[in-house]
Design a protein around this ligand. Structure first.
Ligand code: NAP
Length: 296
């Protein structure tokens, strides 16, 4: 964890572990501690959360593990997100919407600190682009929470190039967390990954396995991609999951894939991709299978 008032440049681990699904894993506290320890042993030291994950329960589940094993905190980077207000009778929200006002961002950051049982969040992302975002005001909120030592670094997720540029102009953003997988190619064309390369900002990549659709999807695209990737993976002597991570890591923006698996073997398959370099023909064969046609 960076020193409270001197935010150095944050280094995320090459593979990041995502906790969106932690509530589905049904791990008791000792098992959660063991899961974190095993991730760390594999070199996965950055953990991706959001205030809303697990119906607002995910951060607390992770925080309970950190309370049981507080020494783990200094070995990791904690990433979380805020800005989405889900419909909820308890919270008097009738319409799902985005909120980047100072009061809301501050309240969510302070709640995340409590949930994760930490004094500082290493990186906080605005989860989705808020059409009502006042970039200058939001940058002031970022600066205030950084001055107070509550957040070391800021970034965004799912922001288009203009939205990223607007906020980045007012406050340096560490990342744009984007969807990319052999089943979701839009970031290759919408300029977001180009912008990351241009600015030297390393993107974080969500749903690298298409949320599991890579293995189980019965639609035509998933069937094509699975067939093409199964053949390449067999030739390379790696698993389908490892090939998917290697395909993402091949992108020159130097992305950080975020795993979604609860299985340690699943984490191992992600880390294995760091030793795999696929060539351009295999990369394009997967692109071709995903699109259903060759490049022009
Ligand atoms: P993912 O890796 O694409 O999907 C994970 C799912 O795939 C899990 O249900 C996992 O089940 C399954 N899976 C993995 N390997 C499998 C295999 N060999 N066979 C069958 N199923 C397999 O990632 P994700 O969970 O969708 O997203 C990853 C992280 O990205 C999240 O935890 C979250 O931190 C982040 N995220 C961010 C946003 C955003 O808007 N910023 C959106 C979505 C997600 P097992 O547990 O059984 O392996």
């Amino acid at each position: 964890m960076p020193d409270r008032n001197t935010p150095t440049r944050l280094e995320l681990s090459p593979i990041v572990a995502g906790l969106w699904r932690i509530a589905d894993w049904h791990l008791d506290v000792p098992a959660r501690v063991r899961w974190i320890e095993q991730a760390l042993e594999l070199g996965i030291a950055s953990f991706d959360h959001a205030d809303i994950y697990g119906d607002h329960r995910a951060e607390t589940l992770f925080g309970e593990a950190l309370k049981a094993a507080p020494a783990l905190r200094s070995r990791m980077q904690l990433v979380t997100k805020c800005g989405i207000r889900l419909r909820s009778a308890q919270r008097a929200v009738q319409v799902k919407h985005y909120d980047t006002t100072a009061a809301y961002v501050r309240a969510q950051v302070e709640q995340s600190l409590l949930n994760l049982r930490t004094e500082q969040l290493d990186l906080v992302l605005i989860h989705r682009p808020d059409y009502l975002m006042d970039a200058a005001a939001l940058a002031q909120t970022f600066a205030a929470l950084t001055r107070e030592g509550k957040v070391a670094h800021w970034g965004v997720s799912n922001h288009g190039t203009g939205q990223f540029a607007l906020l980045h102009r007012h406050h340096p953003l560490l990342t744009n967390q984007l969807e990319l997988s052999p089943l979701a190619l839009h970031a290759l064309d919408d300029g977001t990954l180009d912008q990351c390369q241009q600015l030297g900002v390393r993107p974080m990549i969500w749903s690298p396995l298409g949320g599991g659709r890579l293995f189980t999807g019965g639609d035509a695209q998933a069937l094509r991609v699975r067939e093409a990737m199964t053949a390449i993976a067999a030739r390379c002597g790696i698993s389908l999951a490892t090939l998917a991570y290697a395909w993402i890591l091949r992108h020159p923006s130097r992305p950080h894939p975020i795993t979604g698996t609860g299985r340690i073997e699943g984490l191992r398959e992600a880390v294995a991709a760091l030793d795999v370099q696929i060539d351009a023909q295999d990369w394009y064969a997967i692109w071709t299978a995903s699109k259903g046609h060759a490049v022009p």
